[in-house]
Design a protein around this ligand. Structure first.
Ligand code: SIN
Length: 371
């Protein structure tokens, strides 16, 4: 059935089980020609497990008080009937954490492993299992730093693996099914949960409990997956964005703070961020990314000190455009357009890490991905 070997995880430093599971490939998901020159009868999917509720354990009658990240990636795939019929699977445990603890170290480890797997023609697609709380951020980070036509699908679950009606097995099955679908090529990093396929740029978590928690509010899902098919709603579009060179980042992104806008807002948190050495500030502003006069004065002090300031919105839908209520030209701000504050933060971190700090170049980078 397969071969099993032991690896040392770069992140945890622990030796973790890794396995190769081979099986017959289902005809309805016939792949394109494999990447390597060697002959492969089935698509090869590298599954990178990071933890989350999909790997959580609890009393079967309750999802309360569960431990996110208690089950290994290998055990996860063993619990999904028919998964080994879709592809040749290779599982590696990159971390086993709740995604509230997701961090730069795991992000860089994921990006490095995915780049290496595609460069060496080891895999035709990658599936990352992950907690849902920060899934959109990891997906967007990977989308920002990877440049490969091969699909990367991030999935997870809202209910722990031991819950009645756990959603993880179906989500993992559908994630692999999307990853091996020929039409998934060229679509970058996707999030698949509960029969829907989302682009990393637009997807966001909208419910604390609902299994249909992921929505792409400004755009809608890019496709659907069900037992019969994988359907995308539009052709793949080539991403325009240049991939920043993070070779000098040494596994750590620069500090960028998100400051949440509200009524009665003063500038104390903004001034604290400046004094504390942040390289940038993302305003999760009210309405179309606005803030009180006091807060804007604080943001002006940030710009004067050389920080990059990005105006995003706390509203959750709609775009933040330049020079509408706030004159970005006058203040020297950047706007996030369609990116929510948590994704704007990641893009700004990656740009600064890649040496892109000119305000016009940063603004242009935020516009890439919009047409
Ligand atoms: C987490 O994000 O790790 C916990 C919540 C979840 O996966 O749904």
């Amino acid at each position: 059935m397969g071969r099993r070997r032991w690896l040392c995880s770069v992140v945890t430093g622990l030796c973790l089980a890794s396995a190769m599971v081979s099986a017959t490939f289902a005809a309805q998901t016939a792949p394109e020609a494999p990447m390597s020159t060697a002959t492969h009868s089935r698509p090869r999917v590298l599954i990178l497990a990071t933890g989350g509720t999909i790997a959580g354990k609890a009393d079967a009658r309750s999802a309360i008080g569960y431990d996110a990240g208690g089950v290994s990636g290998q055990d996860l795939i063993a619990g999904v009937p028919g998964l080994d019929k879709l592809a040749t699977l290779h599982v590696e445990q990159i971390a086993n954490i709740g995604s509230q603890n997701m961090n730069d170290g795991v992000w860089f480890a994921l990006a490095k492993r995915i780049k290496a797997a595609f460069a060496a023609h080891e895999a035709d697609a990658v599936v990352v299992t992950h907690g849902t709380d920060t899934m959109e951020e990891t997906a967007f980070f990977l989308q920002t730093v990877l440049k490969s036509p091969y699909p990367v699908v991030v999935t997870g679950a809202m209910r722990p693996s031991t819950a009645i009606s756990a959603d993880g097995p179906a989500n993992l099955y559908e994630a692999v099914k999307v990853a091996v679908a020929p039409q998934a090529k060229g679509r970058g990093v996707m999030v698949v949960l509960n029969d829907t396929i989302h682009a990393a740029r637009w997807v966001t978590k909208v419910s604390t409990t609902d299994v249909q928690t992921f929505h792409s509010i400004n755009a809608g899902p890019i496709g659907y997956v069900d037992p019969a098919s994988v359907r995308f709603l539009a052709p793949a579009v080539q991403a325009k964005a240049a991939v920043p060179d993070l070779s000098h980042a040494e596994g750590k992104l620069p500090r960028v703070e998100i400051i949440y806008g509200h009524s009665n807002m003063d500038a104390r948190q903004i001034d604290h961020a400046i004094e504390d050495g942040a390289r940038g500030i993302v305003l999760a502003g009210i309405g179309d990314g606005n803030a009180s006069d006091e807060a804007l004065a604080g943001l002006d002090r940030a710009v004067a000190k050389g920080l990059l300031v990005v105006r995003a919105s706390r509203v959750g839908s709609g775009l933040v455009n330049r020079n509408v209520e706030v004159s970005d030209d006058t203040h020297g701000y950047v706007v996030s357009y369609d990116l929510n504050p948590q994704k704007a933060r990641i893009l700004l971190q990656v740009l600064i890490a890649g040496g892109v700090t000119d305000v016009h170049a940063v603004q242009a980078a935020f516009g890439q991905g919009l047409y």
